[in-house]
Design a protein around this ligand. Sequence first.
Ligand code: GRF
Length: 306
Amino acid sequence: MEIQNVILRGSFSPAVSSIQTRKSRLFTKLAAPFLSEIGSPKWVSMKCDCSFHSDTSPNKTILQRCRNSAQKAECKGISDVEEDKPKAKIRRKNLAVFVSGGGSNFRSIHEATLTGSVNGDIVVLVTNKHDCGGAEYARGKGIPVIVFPKRKDTEEVLSGEDLVIALRSFKVDFILLAGYLKLIPAALIQAYPKAILNIHPSLLPAFGGKGYYGMKVHKAVIASGARYSGPTIHYVDEHYDTGRILAQRVVPVLANDTAEELAARVLHEEHKLYVEVSAALCEERITWREDGVPLIQSKENPNDYR
Ligand code: GRF
């Protein structure tokens, strides 16, 4: 798939959600540094869908469901309480994945979008390492690649705001960080509230934060004597690994584990967990408890929240 085709399709198709309650039309210009990849400047029109849902869980805690796309940041202050009405078909979501390395999580999510178990499409890959395994895989699959931040030896500078504009040109609803080692710019976090997830290879809040990445995490887990580890998927805020926890999976730490063995066991669970969470995200099954904790509604049993 040509990048140009993706841009044109992404920019002008009238993707209107049947569940939307408010719309606002936004006009934005593609980021200048981005144009070198996609041709001449174009003004693109994007719809902004905002919808808030008030719900009551079995234990009477008030839950709020976010069904809107990431562009809801543009609609601040608009909120609606949905009345009981038949469920409309859920719009397929546009995903951006951020990687710095091999991208095995990216691949498993991409495969799940192709098989239909995730109701979304990966429309763009963002990486700080233009030649990493994840970027090579994306190019091979025709997924556009944005390098962010640009390498220091290039003259081009892509700011956080430029990245937001570029992602909006792809109508990105959700951002999935999968082994992306750079801190996310504040502009992106502000532009995509409750729409950026990260996967971390330990049971947060343990073994997280600056410096805890790759094998360092697993070495620290083994050295601590912890008997359990596992991946955590959490929302992203301005700091490393401190956003609200959305999902976790537990694996045992065995007596003779090396860091590599533990990492492989955790990664195996990561692939399954990130696909499950991506499916929930794209099916609008994420609900917010009134104390701010996000929960996933079970597909099989809609009264079950985890
Ligand atoms: C994973 O272990 C993830 O938890 C961490 O970075 C690693 C990425 O692996 N954030 P991969 O690139 O998806 O194979």
